[in-house]
Design a protein around this ligand. Structure first.
Ligand code: GAL
Length: 662
């Protein structure tokens, strides 16, 4: 990984000077210094300003802004400005506008109105990047390149004719021949057999259910198409400034559109945008999942929170302001889980445009405001913990996470519509969070040998190789827990016949003959008192022991929770989705057996995460409760600058970072 950040923890935000008169820029930079800003993201939506008409560029204003920032010692994450093509572009190249599955055009007037497969877009975007990279590639203020912005946020798939051409090219590469495509897509069904490549289309609006494998391949293709856009820009940047790291801001964990496992290795710095759902009382647990997944995408290396909000956003049904202290807690939660600082959208709240009600670091009210004061405190706090840079989080627990299986499991015409991928993973992650265990997210093919415990909340689609990988993990002494409706299909969505859970049948020692999803809001009691939701199934033991069976309903007596010992390892299977309390009880039991321990014994609502560095380790304590929390610790508390000798008291809603005595 190219070293980043170069000097201090990153602190700052998207800076859009083109929205303000030049007189404001000087004040901006003064205020940035006051707040301790170290980095700003510049130019994300500046295409129309940088290239006001095709082929005519104006960089004077950007020169002045960058020099101003540089003079104040503020580094720049310079954007390639390609996320929002200007009106002249859409007018000149109307074929570049994206189309929906039912053939409607998405027009300019907002942002991101381009088809990822449009050759005109690709050409115009890389031409702009060429100019930017030529001009600023060696500017000492530019420490990071920011390609585009949130790829796929609004247009992750495009169904236009140009996309159809590229989809066919992608399919030819994947399958080589139409025969193999017909086989993989199961086109013997419903008379769908293709006789000519030109007959193959993106999965547009159809009278009834479309072909599932066509839809899955289109998801794969769409992720690859946007990745090709990223690569094209990244390659230009690399030519001009091979030493400046490149990133693009991801939208982990809720964004379904892109397979970030294939994206992450292409980024020098993995960066993420995270926004709380203001009305979610468990938003901080959701935040932890996003941060854990981002760290995992970075392969455990430090990463960067590229965007979050100082207070309310503007795009939720009700945009709830953060309460005093929440900004600090939220920020330190990301930092605890590996972020090398915190960036915000945006520096100054806009006075016009669709996001004018989105909070900024400088709010509409100006500096005589709670938000500004908290921003300044945060800048100072991040300065106090700068020594944590480069330290890493090393969990011994992992949850499997897979975008392709997510796409596949939520297709239509399945046994139930109630199996929500994110909800499944989130319920496991939240239960582990409550147990005080920090969790990695791992792709199914990852080397799992460093983990004691791996859970698979949902893995409907699995390749033979990944199924074997899980088997090796157990054979090597690991403890595995597999959730329902996993191992069911191969990469072409073909059912693994002979009984469920197909790919994991032998490993788990269980054979399921029939699924029996529960009615809406239904539940089923297990013989050990746990409560199942959403799913049940008729299972037989073929090598496992039953730990709990269904105690009521038509499946009474059928195993619901099983365990099979394999050498020193164990393969557990859960045939239902447990309610929160039951899942927490199960995970407590399994992780204890597996020997996983939290950094300090778990307290309700007190989040404790450790980052390990070369010189020291750091204990982050975030008190989400309304009472003081006392946590065992020894060392130096960096925020309050006090020694801790055995017991650390963190006030309600407070944060502490302890450099631990080894
Ligand atoms: C992000 C985006 C920003 C801004 C922000 C508002 O998705 O990258 O440009 O729109 O949301 O929350």
């Amino acid at each position: 990984m190219k070293p980043f950040p170069p000097a201090a923890l990153a602190f700052g935000g998207d800076y859009n000077p083109e929205q303000w008169p030049e007189s404001t820029w000087t004040e901006d930079v003064e205020l940035m210094r006051e707040a301790g800003v170290t980095l700003v993201t510049l130019g994300v939506f500046s295409w129309a300003w940088l290239e006001p008409t095709e082929g005519e560029y104006d960089f004077d204003w950007l020169d002045r802004v960058i020099d101003l920032l540089h003079g104040a010692g503020i580094s720049v994450d310079l954007a390639t400005a390609t996320a929002s093509p200007p009106p002249w572009f859409s007018r000149a190249y109307p074929d570049s506008l994206p189309e929906t599955a039912d053939g409607r055009t998405m027009w300019p007037g907002s942002r991101q109105a381009y088809c990822p497969s449009s050759p005109d877009y690709r050409r115009a975007a890389t031409a702009l990047v060429e100019r930017i990279a030529e001009r600023y590639g060696e500017h000492p203020a530019v420490v990071l390149w920011h390609v585009n912005n949130e790829y796929g946020c609004h247009v992750s798939h495009c169904w236009c004719d140009r996309s159809a051409v590229e989809f066919r090219r992608w399919l030819r590469d994947r399958y080589g021949s139409l025969d193999r495509l017909n086989e993989a897509w199961g086109t013997a069904f419903w008379s769908q057999r293709y006789g000519d490549w030109e007959e193959v289309l993106p999965p547009r609006l159809t009278p009834s259910f479309g072909n599932p494998t066509q839809a899955l391949d289109f998801d794969r293709f769409s992720s690859d198409e946007l990745l090709a856009c990223y690569r094209a820009e990244r390659d230009v940047l690399l030519r001009h400034s091979p030493d400046v790291p490149v990133t693009t801001n991801l939208m982990v964990a809720k964004f379904k559109g892109l397979d970030y496992w294939s994206w992450a290795p292409e980024l020098d710095v993995v960066s993420n945008d995270h926004y709380l759902r203001g009305e979610d009382p468990l938003g901080h647990v959701d935040l932890a999942l996003a941060a854990d997944l981002t760290r995992s995408l970075a392969g455990g290396d430090p990463w960067l929170l590229m965007e979050s909000s100082t207070s309310a956003v503007n795009w939720q049904p009700r945009n709830i302001a953060k309460v005093p202290g929440q900004l600090r807690r939220n920020t330190f939660a990301h930092v605890a889980r590996g972020s090398e600082g915190a960036m915000f959208f945006q520096w100054r709240a806009s006075a016009a445009g669709a996001e004018k009600f989105h909070a900024g670091m400088v709010p509409h009210a100006g500096t005589d405001s709670r938000v500004w004061r908290e921003v300044c405190l945060l800048g100072a706090d991040l300065g106090r913990v700068a020594e944590i840079r480069g330290s890493v989080v090393q969990p011994d627990v992992a949850l499997l996470w897979d975008w392709q299986s997510w796409w596949a499991v939520e297709q239509q015409a399945h046994p139930t519509g109630d199996l929500d991928y994110i909800e499944q993973v989130r319920s496991y992650h939240a239960a582990l969070w409550r147990l005080g265990l920090t969790t990695d997210l791992a792709r199914p093919s990852a080397d799992l040998s460093r983990y004691r415990f791996v859970a698979v909340p949902s893995l409907y689609l699995v390749s033979d190789a990944s199924a074997e990988n899980l088997g090796s993990f157990v054979a090597g002494g690991g403890t595995l827990l597999v959730g329902p409706f996993s191992g069911i299909v191969d990469e072409s969505l073909r059912i693994r016949l002979g009984g469920y859970p197909g790919a994991f049948r032998d490993l788990l020692g269980v054979r399921v003959e029939e699924f029996s999803p529960l009615p809406a809001s239904g539940s089923v009691r297990l013989s050990d008192g746990k409560v199942g939701r959403i799913w049940s199934e008729h299972a037989h033991l073929t090598g496992a022991e039953s730990l709990a069976s269904y105690s009521s309903g038509p499946l009474a007596g059928s195993p619901a929770l099983t365990r099979r010992s394999v050498g020193d390892g164990q393969a557990w299977y859960l045939g239902t989705c447990l309610d929160d309390a039951s899942l927490q009880a199960l995970l407590r039991e399994v992780t204890t057996v597996a020997g996983c321990r939290p950094p300090v014994p778990a307290h309700d609502g007190v989040e404790v995460v450790r980052r390990d560095g070369a010189e020291a380790s750091y204990l982050f304590v975030l008190n989400h409760t309304a009472d003081p929390a006392v946590v065992p610790a020894r060392g130096r508390e960096l925020l309050g600058e006090a020694d801790v000798d055995g017991a650390l008291t963190v006030p309600p809603g407070g944060v502490a970072v302890v450099r631990e005595h080894r």
